[in-house]
Design a protein around this ligand. Structure first.
Ligand code: M6R
Length: 607
């Protein structure tokens, strides 16, 4: 969602801020702006729409070596130039950028208005600038701290003052903020990508941190002026990973990276000799794991579908009751926490508000919650009791692809560990390890059919509604395939368990509504084939994702995309990839903005 970047140093701040904002475009936004300080004045320029609109509005040169920038994803107030950040106080000497939501902003606006302050925007964030001004007495850090005492809600904030050149004050409570340490320059951003061209040395700020920064250093304190020690970390990936490297879009690049990202997620974690796996970050001994008698996995969106796959898998191979729950639902269910239930929260970004708040609620009730996340240093892994990084590398496209298969990888490894402690024999474990080991090469084979998948996608791209049908482990793959198509092509698509077809949806089958059937070679294959025949009998077009050589399926479907034959538990990996490519090529054929689909944000940091 919204993105923050701040800079102080010796270079041209405006161009560094705009570059940082562009790096964060993937998060989703609808307006942007910068404020640059020079000669005891702040120049503020903000524009609705794409960053190119902001760039077009910038004068050829804005002098100044410190400033702040923001990409806004509207929550309070329409998408207008005025509502875009940075927000200024009435004197124009102070500007702030804010991520999060100020819950008591209506009360604060009222009080400020009663005191004669003229509020210019409809946002919750503007009150912060006026509050800081209200407490300003020559010390920005002090004024920010006083202002924070009046705020309720979540925030990542950076403030600058025209009379304190070269200084930024940042604060974090519930919205990420990272400090970047360069040589004679410092950065503050909500996302490390904004500063990756300049430094890999970072400090992940924590809730309650207030940081005062100039080009020579930083000081971190809490609201009562107690010093807070910080550790400097090195970002573990390179700038190339957030560039397209010859691909037309990030989404296509990320789909094609899956053989490597899956391999990275398994690397050093498979135990070939014992037919099991090792996951150091769980922070649980074998004895602790043996006591677990139920697993609940929470997540949202695509992460929820990977959680669903694993709930099926864990029950199947470890014989432990397991369910996937939507984070947005579990939090308000007043969940019953049993001490022998182990919870996971799965989140690519590690910042999804629904998942984070659900995790906090469960931990408050005494639950053990482990995270399965991609973004290192994000809030969920930092607040959880342990967990696993999926190491898929930065995922920039809004539609999640490689993170999905990497989440599966991590949860497959966990399921294997649990399986081998219970129901799985050594030889079954070894066969599972072998099958996982073979996945990268098999996914390469699926990817090599890109041209065929593109032809199929183009053939159906004028359809207005699709069904996706799967069963068992590939039922969540049907849901994920439908979500991908919706997100980036804006075509209506519904995922169903194929077993549900006759319980209602078959009424919608007609000549112009294609059904995408996912047909692995497993015990449910015959039943899915029957469903395909039922659709065919009603003249519904069929696209099948099937196993190489499955002539029965090929004989019924209008179009088939084959995947290599594999261990029956590995088909979720192999069958989701063609669906990602199908959605991708459909969206491209329709001229959609694949990487930044309308209305969507990469990381949903508000409820
Ligand atoms: O960062 P998370 O995995 O917690 O995000 C959850 C969902 O918001 C996310 O998967 C969303 O559904 C994606 N746009 C899917 O492509």
């Amino acid at each position: 969602m919204c993105g923050i970047v701040g800079y102080c140093g010796e270079r041209d701040a405006a161009s560094i801020l705009v570059e940082g904002l562009k790096r964060m475009e993937y998060r989703g936004y609808d307006s942007s702006g910068i404020s640059v300080g020079f000669d005891n004045k702040l120049t503020v320029i903000k524009k609705k729409g794409k960053i190119s609109n902001l760039q077009a509005a910038l004068p050829s040169k804005i002098p100044g070596t410190y400033g702040i920038g923001h990409t806004r994803w509207a929550t309070h107030g329409e998408v207008t130039d005025l509502n875009a950040h940075p927000h200024s106080d009435s004197s124009g000497k102070i500007t702030i950028v804010h991520n999060g939501i100020i819950e008591n902003y209506i009360t604060l606006r009222k009080k400020l208005s009663e005191n004669g302050v003229k509020l210019l925007t409809e946002t919750d964030s503007e009150v912060i600038a006026h509050l800081v001004a209200n407490f300003y007495d020559g010390d920005l850090e002090r004024a920010v701290k006083e202002a924070l005492k009046h705020l309720e809600g979540t925030y990542g904030i950076v403030a600058i003052h025209a009379d304190e050149p070269g200084r930024m004050v940042g604060a974090r409570n519930g919205s990420p903020l990272v400090l970047g340490l360069g040589e004679d320059e410092m950065f503050l951003a909500s996302d490390v990508t904004a500063m990756m061209s300049y430094t890999k040395q970072v400090v992940y700020l924590e809730d309650g941190d207030i940081v005062t920064v100039d080009k020579n250093g930083f000081k971190t304190t809490d609201i009562r002026d107690n010093e807070r020690d910080k550790t400097v970390s090195t970002v573990g990936w390179d700038i190339g990973e957030i560039e397209k490297e010859g691909y037309p879009t990030f989404m296509e690049k990320e789909i094609f990276e899956q053989p490597q990202s899956i391999l990275r997620g398994m690397s050093g974690r498979l135990d070939i000799d014992q037919g099991t796996a090792k996951l150091g970050g769980l922070n649980m001994s074998s004895k602790d794991l043996r006591l677990v008698n139920r697993v609940i996995i929470l997540a949202a969106g695509t992460s929820y579908y990977s959680a669903m796959v694993c709930s099926y898998l864990l029950e199947k191979i470890a014989r432990i009751p397991c369910s996937a729950e939507l984070s947005s639902e579990i939090r308000y269910k007043n969940p019953i926490v049993d001490p022998n239930t182990l919870y996971f929260v799965v989140s690519q970004s590690g910042e999804t508000a629904d998942s984070l708040y659900a995790m906090r609620e469960l931990r408050r009730k005494g639950a053990t919650v482990l995270g399965i996340c991609n973004v290192v240093g994000s809030t969920i892994p930092r607040e959880s009791d342990g967990g696993v990084y999926i190491h898929s590398g930065p995922e920039i496209a809004v539609a999640s692809t490689k993170a999905f298969t990497s989440q599966l990888t991590a949860m497959y490894l966990f399921s294997l560990i649990m399986g081998r402690m219970r129901d799985m024999s050594m030889s079954q474990g070894k066969a599972f390890v072998d099958a996982m080991d073979g996945l990268p090469a098999q996914i390469e084979t699926v990817l090599s059919q890109n041209a065929h998948i593109k032809t199929v996608a183009e053939k159906y791209s004028d359809c207005t509604s699709f069904f996706y049908l799967g069963r068992g482990l590939t039922y969540p793959i049907a849901l994920e395939g439908a979500l991908k198509l919706k997100e980036i092509s804006y075509i209506h698509a519904e995922g169903y368990s194929a077993g549900e077809l006759k319980h209602g949806p078959i009424a919608l089958i007609n000549e112009v509504t294609p059904s995408v059937f996912i047909v692995p070679k497993d015990s449910l294959r015959e039943k899915i084939i029957s469903n395909m025949k039922e659709v065919k009998a009603r003249k519904g077009p069929i696209i099948a994702i099937a196993v190489e050589g499955d002539e029965d399926v090929a004989g019924i479907a209008d179009d088939v995309i084959f995947v290599p034959e594999a261990h029956e538990l590995m088909y979720p990996f192999l069958m989701v990839v063609p669906l990602q490519l199908f959605a991708y090529h459909t969206a491209v054929a329709l001229g959609r903005n694949v990487d930044q689909p309308r209305n969507l944000a990469k990381s949903v940091t508000v409820e």
